[in-house]
Ligand binder design. Structure first.
Ligand code: ACK
Length: 280
């Protein structure tokens, strides 16, 4: 961690993960399973485990450790330590007791438990985290995969950005990186031209704002290829609000599900040109 480097002993973590029971699994992260663990000093933490790793997973693991170890901000997940051993490794984070925003908004048990006041606070916290990445990190960091499942909530529902496996800190690399991110959150200019800037994160943040407002996922249960073709085709048209009605015909011809298209349309239109009179 910035100013107080901490290497957690591999044996300690291995022992902790061996003791895991099913209900200690918090979920599946970018490159591995995330567990709840108790360290020797009784501190409860979250541990992401890298197992039988592919090259991509190792790269994401190293990237996450490298970037997070240089960051310190109340709205960025705290890295407590890490450990590697051959092809396995652990990253230890502060435990975020209320899981992700995505689970809070869309999960089976929570429904719409977040009040409007809490949603506003989540929006503000996330914006502060993003501002830190773009304005205060040197060099600036682009998250590249901002979405509700990467916004975590602590015991007091403070929101923190997480999952920096795909993030980039070096502006010079920006255009050579293969297209990645999550459909539904990817900015149109990045999807169409591979143009990546800090505004790509701002676009994704706009989608998260829409989720907070509507309580719905931006694009739901759509095959990636189908989703990509909708987004690629629809986005340029949607930039101009007046062309919105043109969307319907080609979509029917292509037998794509209108419900999904309207979600993409709503996201695009509201993000590109927010409606001042819009009310949740
Ligand atoms: O939505 P969730 O409950 O919150 O499920 C996902 C899953 O692991 C994969 O990311 C949860 N998770 C990730 N990091 C943490 C953390 N530091 N504290 C608590 N839960 C976490 C996340």
């Amino acid at each position: 961690k910035k100013g107080s480097a901490s290497l957690v002993d591999y044996k300690t973590l291995e022992k902790a993960t061996n003791n895991f029971m099913d209900d200690n699994i918090l979920g599946e992260g970018g490159f591995g399973c995330v567990y709840k663990a108790r360290l020797d000093d009784n501190l409860l933490v979250a541990v992401k485990k890298l197992d039988c790793a592919s090259q991509d997973a190792v790269r994401e693991f190293e990237n996450e450790v490298d970037l997070l170890s240089k960051m310190l901000h109340p709205n960025i997940i705290s890295l407590l330590g890490c450990s590697t051993h051959g092809n396995t490794g652990f990253i230890v984070y502060e435990l975020m007791q209320n899981g992700s925003l995505e689970t809070q908004l869309h999960g089976p048990s929570h429904g719409s438990a977040l009040t409007w006041h809490m949603r506003m606070k989540v929006a503000l916290d996330s914006a502060r985290g993003l501002e830190y990445l773009h304005e205060h990190c040197k060099p600036p960091v682009i998250h590249r995969d901002l979405k509700s499942s990467n916004i975590l909530l602590d015991a007091n529902f403070n929101a923190k950005l997480s999952d920096f496996g795909l993030a980039v800190a070096d502006g010079a690399q920006k255009n050579s990186i293969k297209l990645s991110g999550t459909l539904g959150y990817v900015a149109p200019e990045y999807l169409l031209d591979g143009k990546l800037t800090d505004k790509s994160d701002v676009y994704a943040f706009g989608v998260v704002l829409l989720e907070l407002l509507l309580g719905r996922r931006p694009v739901e249960k759509l095959a990636p290829a189908q989703c990509q073709s909708i987004v690629t085709w629809a986005m340029p048209q949607l930039i101009d609000r007046t062309k919105l009605p043109n969307i319907v015909d080609p979509v029917i011809k292509n037998k794509l599900d209108l419900k999904h298209l309207y979600q993409v349309a709503a996201v695009a239109v509201l993000c590109v040109q927010p409606e001042p009179s819009y009310r949740p």
